[in-house]
Design a protein around this ligand. Structure first.
Ligand code: SF4
Length: 379
């Protein structure tokens, strides 16, 4: 549908109203309940990844928990339910927030720089990080988070009207709403809009392979290179996340890694050295790695923000190991936000926060030495 027909459709916002919401509001916009739009059964859809077990139990095969769920019960993520021995997603089209974000905010630094991503969220998560930045939608119960029921067609229309080059599945964990995200991304592809996922990487191989057919880029939060941190702080598992990073490489999906650096808990340079070596050996030195500063949030309010010197030290450690693109996040104006050509060392993209202030790449090549930089520079 073109812009005019979208504008004219009776159940939609006008372009002006939409841009007011999506383009200028600086916080995530939570969609209020609307009469007739918040019935839970309207967001129920048969799950794609599960198997039936005796006694009307099912086993979910979407993420590494592989929950075995009795009739009438929900899985660990609380957004999938066994109904009479069949398994269902409860969040199909259940959109709790949407917003137009610069792609650099995701963060993607090697994916269509300076473009906007139409960013949508659902509800819930399959892990429970003590520092969760979006706990209001990721950790609250399904019934406590306002939402609107949106179709893939609506998402595409909203993305088009706001001039976005991509759809971003973000804010809460996209893995657990994979049925809806797949349908949105497939439709986006038909409309020449890209799709990106911002994820904890805790997903099984088969659903990831299916998603890879319609997703262009994946940002994986590698939260530590240490199972005890995953056990105590994330309530998850490290190994499946590492597998996801390797599988994304095999599937040819552009991948960037974010490492949220929490003071005293995951800032040991020796572990960072081991992680950087693993990345270099398993997926190569060109995968961008972002060391982000932590700010106290959710259940980790007792810790201070990460000192800038700490993320600088970890960045230098990863560069010394031989990673080519190591960034610093949440320190606007820091030189570690820029992209440097690994061949000649000159800055080729300069950033301040989420804004690109200069991009000197020509067809993805360094203008000084002609070196081709890895990334997704064109649509
Ligand atoms: S997606 Fe949810 S229900 Fe399925 S295995 Fe993971 S936590 Fe369990």
């Amino acid at each position: 549908m073109d812009e005019k027909s979208f504008k004219d459709s009776p159940d939609s916002k006008t372009r002006r109203e939409f841009l007011k919401i999506a383009g200028t509001v600086s916080l995530i916009y939570s969609i209020p309940h609307k009469s007739g739009q918040n019935k839970e059964d309207s967001t129920i859809k048969r799950a794609r990844y599960y198997r039936k077990l005796p006694d009307k139990k099912v086993q979910c095969l979407l993420c590494p928990w592989q929950c075995v769920v009795r009739e009438g019960q929900k899985g660990h993520c609380q957004v999938r339910r066994n109904i009479h021995g069949k398994y269902y997603s409860l969040v199909y089209g259940r959109v709790s927030a949407y917003h137009v974000d610069p792609i650099e905010k995701k963060p993607f630094f090697h994916f269509l720089p300076s473009t906007n991503a139409f960013s949508i969220a659902s509800v819930g998560c399959n892990v429970d990080c003590k520092f969760c930045q979006n706990w209001e939608i990721a950790r609250r119960g399904l019934k406590d988070v306002p939402f609107a029921k949106l179709t893939p067609e609506y998402i595409i229309k909203y993305a088009k009207i706001s001039g976005c080059r991509s759809i971003a599945f973000t804010y809460n964990e996209p893995t657990i709403s994979t049925e809806f995200n797949y349908d949105v991304a497939a439709l986006a592809k038909e409309n020449n809009i890209h799709s990106v996922v911002i994820s904890n990487g805790f997903i099984n191989k088969k659903p990831l392979q299916d998603l890879a057919k319609v997703i262009d880029a994946y940002k994986v939060d590698l939260k530590a290179f240490d199972q005890s941190y995953y056990t105590n702080i994330v309530h998850g598992e490290l190994k499946p996340v590492l597998d996801t990073i390797v599988n994304l490489k095999s599937e040819g999906v552009w991948t960037e890694i974010v490492y949220l650096t929490v003071p005293t808990l995951n800032d040991d340079p020796l572990k960072i050295k081991a992680m950087a070596r693993w990345i270099k050996n398993e997926v190569g030195p060109d995968v961008p790695v972002h060391f982000s500063r932590f700010y106290p949030r959710y259940k980790l309010k007792n810790l201070p923000p990460t000192p800038v010197a700490t993320v600088e030290r970890l960045r230098n450690t990863a560069l010394d190991v031989g990673l080519n693109f190591v960034y610093i996040g949440n320190v606007p104006g820091h030189k570690g936000e820029n992209t440097y050509c690994p061949n000649c060392g000159k800055p080729v993209i300069r950033r301040i926060g989420f804004e690109v202030i200069e991009n000197r790449l020509k067809n993805g090549k360094c203008p000084y030495c002609g070196n081709k930089l890895p990334g997704f520079w064109e649509g």
